[in-house]
Design a protein around this ligand. Structure first.
Ligand SMILES: [Zn+2]
Length: 494
């Protein structure tokens, strides 16, 4: 008998909270949201066997008993009119209160043990939410909130909750007293911080899960673009971005790709309980561009993780090929150029990249600014010394980056100024020169030096590993792909 009463009580609580959730879910957005309590005289065998469903404003409570299922239909219109109706049992409907909108964000479950109600609220954190506001709006006392925040020892997490994280808390309600029994901040799929009430104090614990990492192999033949064909092959955009970064010094993915280019790669997927939750790194990759094969293997040295050719040269070059996004080369490197009218030698010692005024110009390599200012024909010009005998020059700038001075250190890719047409220029373009030991080179074709090489000790570790990675990449190749590669090698030998 006592058990039946308890069960009935549970049913009511479950019904109340779920009815709210269901009605809210199905009501038009502007409708008034009201909570109803149902007082239903029913025999319910166990809490687990109650099912609630709502279709078209019709709330249905299904109670499977040992012999049969009983359905009680309640029309939401009946609820509004306070007019009870039932196909099965008589029940009373009482309007409890209008629900403040804020509560709609919470998922609620109810449990009852030791003569008290335990309600669990779950909420996805939004910008502007604070632990104080959330808990106090549920009747938690200031002193309880204070106790929790005191137990949130460094690193503090509750004061810096981020939008998208999930907060759930279990409140123990006995009489008028509301206490926090447990509070869980789900920081990410992998990290959870739990606060448990214990003798008026809170005990903080952290749980971190490690995802399972699996290696995935993919191979793709380019038909349209890296992105289109890669995504079609089921490769995530973040992995495709990694891929284009690895080969950025060798392949211009906007201009150099050809139909029939191929790439294959081995990368990591992160799984949690068998579900894909994210991506790791590309471990090894091969790109065949216009008959030329590029290969890269990821390897960790004392300088961090980087990509290297199978021989151990850095994939990252000391220079990027073009320091500006340009529309076309308006004048090529030509040291023997003659003046069109006077037929005298008028060499063009750099390359002109046409681009609109204001386009950012990047330092092509790490170095130090050795000149910044006006020079006759060059207009506003910057010269960078990269060490090892390398210097680069950038002319006709409309303006400089003001914070940079003579002597400033710059990084590869750092913006140093903007395209213009100062000095002798007929249209906006960047005049770019590349010098090795004072001698001008063609910036478009010069062999770019590799980045700082790895130490001999690292290389000794790396070479056998790279061989192993390249052979595992090969072993994954499909027959079709292998044939294609063989054909490419044949044609490039001709
Ligand atoms: Zn020029």
């Amino acid at each position: 008998m006592a058990k039946t009463n308890l069960s009935n009580h549970l049913f009511l609580l479950a019904a109340t909270t779920s009815v709210v959730a269901l009605l809210v879910g199905f009501a038009p957005p502007e409708a008034d949201k009201t909570t109803y309590a149902l007082d239903v005289p029913l025999q319910i065998p166990s809490q687990d066997s109650i099912q609630l469903s709502a279709i078209n404003n019709q709330l249905s409570i299904q109670i499977p008993s040992s012999e049969r299922h009983r359905n009680i239909g309640i029309d939401s219109a009946d609820l509004e009119n306070n007019a009870p109706s039932s196909s099965d049992s008589a029940f009373n409907i009482t309007t409890i209160r209008n629900l403040p909108n804020a509560d709609l964000e919470f998922d609620t479950t109810v449990d009852q043990r030791d003569g008290a109600n335990y309600k669990t609220y779950t909420k996805v954190i939004k910008a502007g939410d604070s632990i104080y506001r959330i808990l106090s709006s549920h009747g938690v006392s200031d002193s309880d909130i204070y106790e929790i925040s005191m137990s949130d020892k460094k690193p503090q997490e509750l004061t810096v909750m981020q939008p998208g994280q999930t907060l759930s808390f279990e409140l123990k309600e006995s009489g008028n007293k509301v206490e926090v029994n447990k509070l869980i901040l789900q920081k990410s799929l992998l990290e959870q911080v739990v606060f448990n009430a214990k003798d008026g104090d809170f005990h903080k614990e952290r749980f971190v899960r490690t995802p399972e990492i699996v290696q995935v192999y993919k191979e793709v033949s380019i038909k349209y673009s890296l992105s289109l064909d890669g995504l079609e092959a089921g490769i995530d955009q973040s992995i495709l971005n990694q891929l284009s970064n690895i080969f950025a010094w060798d392949i211009d993915f906007a201009l150099d790709l050809r139909e029939g280019d191929t790439f294959s790669l081995l990368y990591e997927e992160k799984l949690l309980d068998g579900k894909l939750i994210g991506f790791g790194n590309i471990l090894a990759a091969q790109f065949v561009n216009n008959g030329k094969t590029f290969q890269a293997v990821r390897f960790e040295t004392s300088r961090g993780s980087h990509y290297y050719t199978p021989d151990g040269l850095s994939m990252r070059k000391a220079f990027i090929r073009t320091p500006v996004e340009f529309s076309r080369i308006s004048s090529s490197f030509n040291p023997k150029r003659l003046h069109p009218i006077f037929k005298t030698a008028r060499p063009h010692r750099g390359v002109d990249y046409a681009a609109s005024t204001g386009t950012p110009i990047k330092a092509s390599g790490d170095g130090k600014i050795i000149f910044k200012g006006k020079q006759n024909g060059y207009g506003n010009v910057v010269i960078i010394n990269h060490g090892r005998g390398y210097t680069t020059l950038y002319g006709h700038m409309s303006r400089f980056v003001r914070s940079l001075k003579r002597g400033s250190k710059v990084k590869q890719g750092q913006v140093i100024g903007y395209v213009g047409q100062t000095g002798y220029a007929t249209g906006p373009h960047l005049h770019y020169e590349f010098r090795i030991n004072g001698k001008h080179q063609n910036p478009v074709t010069v062999k770019l030096p590799n980045d700082i090489p790895m130490t001999k000790k690292d290389l000794k570790r790396y070479l056998p590993y790279a061989q192993q990675m390249m052979s595992s990449l090969r072993s994954y190749h499909s027959h079709e792909y292998a044939q294609k590669l063989a054909k490419l090698k044949l044609t490039s030998k001709k």
